[in-house]
Design a protein around this ligand. Sequence first.
Ligand code: MG
Length: 384
Amino acid sequence: MNPLVRPLVVLGATGSIGRQALEVAARIGAQVVGLASRSPGPAIAEAAEAFPEAQVAVAGGSSEERDALRSRLGPHRVRFGPEAVLELAAAAGVTVLNAIVGAVGLEASAVALEAGNRLALANKESLVTGGPVLMRLAGASGELIPVDSEHSALHQLLSGLGDDEMTGVVLTASGGPFRGRSREELEDVTVEEALRHPVWEMGRRITIDSATLANKGLEVIEAHYLFGLPYDRIEVVVHPQSIVHGMVRLVDGGMIAHLGTPDMRIPIQYALTYPGRVDSPVAPFDPVGATLTFEAPDLEAFPALALAYEAGRRGGGSPAVYNAADEVAVEAFATGRLGFLGIAEVIARTLAEFDPPEPRTVAEALEIDRTAREIASSLIGGQC
Ligand code: MG
């Protein structure tokens, strides 16, 4: 076991980030003490067998599925229900890697920070939905290290840099599968096309969010809370090669950038080993012969990005509304109930209908999330 790395709890252990986190943990010798998933299917059973020291928590599943998992792992290793997941997040002296998808991950993030743990945050919706609450907890007791690749890059660039030395940050966006298309050309795109991401291999929600640029919108809001920056100091540029993950504008006119092969194992590992670094199996980027290009995002074709700035600047509970409406709209698109352009439309109309005040607690943030979901769902039901 690596004594420089805290014991690790992985929430969302069977998803894309969770599986890569377990690979990193095995490689750097991090002791995995907790594993959580939504479903009691074979994937969590296999992960549990690979890490026999880990306690297992499963949020959902039928009683037959739960029985099958219990008999496979033994009665004392696995517990069920959302409370069991929160208990793992509250374990003492651990790093909690939160790779749950969606606003449902907020509670676990808050519990991990409250317990004084390091929160390695891949669940960006936590910050978008409950940013003020989480940042207060991070300042008071826990420690928050972003796992999102762009924010990991910025975290690395900003470490050791004084506030008066920088003027702003730049998030890069790959542009997704529809980069370069006009609004008209996006009218009839299919779910299959939206799921074909040119660079990153990711889960379904984030891949569709990358196609609409809502993912970058969520990341702008995430950066606002993480780094305490106003929205006019957070820029987005499209960079299709995804080699530059983030840039910081310095007060003297210079810029510093973080570059690397696009591979989530790098930001995952950084969040576990920070403030140190160790080697990794990721092939280093070779600058010789490489071409790096940058362009402005097309806000007419991809209005979800502009809407995120709008929601962020309006403040209060609007970022939570933005995320909730997007989650509902993406699900509707993925299941054939909404067109691609309808996703941003649902976000815009939900924001127009609902302007709640800033959440002061996790419960208030989740209440805003719930109401925004109802509004978005009824808009889709009424053919938005
Ligand atoms: Mg990202």
